[in-house]
Design a protein around this ligand. Structure first.
Ligand SMILES: Cc1cc2nc3c(=O)[nH]c(=O)nc-3n(C[C@H](O)[C@H](O)[C@H](O)COP(=O)(O)OP(=O)(O)OC[C@H]3O[C@@H](n4cnc5c(N)ncnc54)[C@H](O)[C@@H]3O)c2cc1C
Ligand SMILES: *[C@@H]1O[C@H](CO)[C@@H](O)[C@H](O)[C@H]1NC(C)=O
Ligand SMILES: *[C@@H]1O[C@H](CO)[C@@H](O)[C@H](O)[C@H]1NC(C)=O
Length: 609
């Protein structure tokens, strides 16, 4: 008994040490926000920041760290390090920085890749204050409409539409209007979701405290007891929701947002799901000026500290010294390898790319690496369709919101059937589709592209449907590939025109699709994943929770981004924050909370004066 008490006290001290430790430098120490500068729309000017091509001569000397990949998980971490004076080199394989946050322009239409809406950005919230600090106050956020999502269920002849509102009281109130008699189910759903959301801190803690402590918490079952997050993590979304209500449409409305992490409800962890629901509970936002604003305002901070962000810089392997410590990377410049040295290498390229492609063979086979790989699997592939339209948002009936359109309300069957069918069959009717209009969400759009609009359509797609063409050239693939793509495009457009009567074929000026193999090319997703490693229940298994963390089994090699924490813009940034905590030896999660308090205090004081 006494030994248990002693262990508990020792454990308590250790946890406290890691929760409250603050020995390293704090990137949020000083308020770096600057008065808002005029937004730069000129593409040549933006290119100078976002598209700096790799040249050995552009690599700064005496680097403190190299980061592989310029997604928000990589750039975000680089900013954190730069803010405490570290010289960081970010290397990106694509021809522009940003990863899932990059944008591209075709026929005068600018399209986003992986940013449609982001939650949790209320003023004075830690996430908002952190982002303001990480962009020196230059990145602005535009709220979406409320309702921000519309859930559309059923075939055209029997379509039901449910608006989803943000607001802690408005969300349940509006749902209750749509589902009279289901008040109890709605309240209970929200109670569970909020309780899980509140206990996410333990996930961060597990990835920061020493491995033996994490293992102790996991294997004694203390983690589950301490945190509702872990208690609910092993339960599937379908299981929990089916206990709450018999109403099939309400079940669908409770679960529709699975599209934001990619597992059908029966494979989804209720905890993961709850994170997303709470993420949008206080509202949804879009980056003013489009998603490329994110990288555009982060890069100068990295450069100011002497670092650089270079593109067209595919890393082909990580370099190790004889003691098996990471000591640099090799970049392919044409047919030549350029070696760059640094005391620390951090990968934002995802766990599969990092371990399976970038490590030398003899390190890949290390049991500790293999064990981690065996616990993760590749997430679902994505299908994106980009549509450029002739007409303003008013003319086309577009608003700053999203539509989630499903052919049926039984999502488990619907997704399973779609992903397992033959590709020609699935291409004929896509039963789940996300529709958002980036142009309608961005108040600067009208000025930048008068009279035009865009749509971003997203669904899932089985990587195997497209795998046979993966080695072809991206701009010139086989005719069968193009035909298959066209079939998907046609059926997806049909769905859109059914829900948006003002959109007709003659309004379509540009349309093209990105398949899983397109994702491999542009965002380096090995199996065309849309959200990195799979987020099914196994992702939250005890061993995985404790072992997949910023430190790798190899000295001086770290991981950042969505695979370290969870997916999404906020998830990838949480990965960066967790990785930064390890490298700087202080709890940056707590620093963002302190920053939020300080900001609120200062703003209140300003108002009072
Ligand atoms: C279609 C789509 C829609 C989405 N919608 C939303 C949304 O509305 N809201 C939201 O919050 N999230 C959304 N997401 C998810 C979100 O964008 C991602 O989870 C997040 O941005 C991932 O960030 P990351 O830094 O971890 O990875 P990434 O952004 O994927 O960055 C990884 C980078 O590493 C690079 N790389 C890989 N290998 C190498 C190499 N060998 N050498 C050099 N560079 C390499 C890649 O090119 C890439 O740029 C969406 C994603 C997609 C695909
Ligand atoms: C766009 O629509 C307008 C009027 O509706 C028309 O005059 C114009 O030619 C169209 N532009 C294109 C490129 O189709
Ligand atoms: C990780 O998630 C699983 C859900 O499968 C849960 O059962 C387990 O307890 C979690 N791990 C920890 C750290 O407790």
């Amino acid at each position: 008994m006494i030994s248990v008490v002693i262990i508990c006290i020792a454990l308590g001290i250790l946890i406290l040490k890691y929760v409250f430790s603050g020995s390293g430098p704090n990137p949020f120490e000083t308020d770096t926000r600057e008065p808002l500068k005029e937004m730069v729309h000129d593409r040549k000017e933006r290119k100078k920041v976002l598209k700096q091509g790799f040249l050995a001569s552009k690599v700064p000397e005496n680097l403190d760290a190299i980061i592989i990949g310029s997604g928000v998980g990589g750039l975000g971490l680089a900013v954190l390090l730069a803010k405490v004076g570290k010289k960081v080199l970010v290397l990106e394989q694509h021809d522009r920085a940003g990863g899932c946050c990059h944008t591209f322009t075709e026929k005068g239409f600018e399209f986003d890749v992986g940013i449609h809406y982001i939650g949790d950005l209320l003023d004075h919230k830690p996430f908002r204050c952190m982002l303001d600090s990480m962009t020196n106050g230059q990145l602005q956020w535009e709220p979406l409409e409320n309702p921000y999502d519309q859930v559309v269920l059923g075939p055209p002849e029997n379509r039901r539409q449910y608006p989803i509102y943000s607001g802690r009281t408005r969300f349940p109130e509006e749902l209750k209007k749509c589902f009279p008699g289901e008040e109890k189910a709605i309240d209970e759903y929200l109670r569970l979701v909020k309780k899980v959301g509140r206990s996410i801190w333990l996930l961060a803690l597990l990835k920061l405290c020493p491995v033996p402590v994490a293992k102790f918490l996991v294997y004694t079952g203390l983690a589950q007891r301490l945190s509702f997050f872990f208690k609910m993590a092993s339960r599937s979304l379908t299981e929990v929701v089916n206990e709450l209500t018999e109403n099939k449409d309400l079940r669908a409305v409770f679960t529709y947002i699975f599209g934001t992490y990619g597992n059908m409800p029966k494979d989804a962890s209720f905890s993961m799901h709850s994170l997303l629901v709470t993420h949008y509970l206080n509202g949804a936002w879009y980056p003013k000026g489009g998603a490329s604003e994110i990288a555009y305002h982060m890069i100068p901070i990295i450069e100011k500290a002497g670092g650089a962000v270079l593109v067209r810089a595919p890393v082909n392997r990580i370099l190790f010294n004889d003691a098996k410590e990471a000591c640099g990377v090799s970049v392919m410049k044409g047919q030549e390898e350029v070696h760059i040295r640094a005391p620390m290498v951090i990968s934002n390229a995802g766990i599969f790319n990092t371990y399976q492609k970038l490590l030398p063979k003899e390190l890949q086979t290390m049991p500790a690496i293999q064990q981690q790989l065996s616990m993760m699997k590749n997430g679902e592939g994505g299908l994106s369709v980009f549509v450029g339209l002739n007409g303003t948002k008013e003319e086309l009936g577009l608003k700053a919101n999203n539509y989630w359109i499903f052919a049926e309300n039984n999502f488990d069957e619907l997704v399973e059937k779609y992903l397992n069918a033959k590709r020609e069959e699935s291409a004929k009717s896509v039963p789940l589709l996300f529709v958002g209009s980036p142009s309608a969400k961005d108040p600067t759009w009208e000025e930048r592209s008068p009279g035009k609009s865009t749509l971003s359509l997203v669904s899932f797609a089985n990587y195997k449907w497209f795998e046979e063409w993966k080695d072809g050239k991206v701009t010139n693939r086989a005719d069968e590939y193009k035909e298959l793509k066209q079939a998907f495009i046609d059926s997806v457009l049909e769905v859109v025109m059914g829900v948006f009567p003002k959109i007709t074929r003659d309004k379509v000026e540009y349309i093209d699709a990105g398949t899983p193999i397109t994702n491999t090319h542009y965002i380096g997703a090995p199996k065309g994943e849309i959200y990195g490693a799979d987020h099914g229940i196994a992702r939250f298994s005890p061993e995985l929770n404790a072992t997949v963390r910023p430190q790798t089994p190899l000295k001086n090699l770290y991981l950042t981004g969505q695979d370290v924490f969870v997916c999404g813009f906020a998830g990838a940034l949480a990965g960066a924050l967790t990785c930064g905590s390890v490298i700087l030896n202080r709890n940056l999660h707590l620093d963002t909370i302190a920053l939020a308090k300080k900001t609120k205090f200062m703003n209140d004081k300003l108002k009072g004066e």
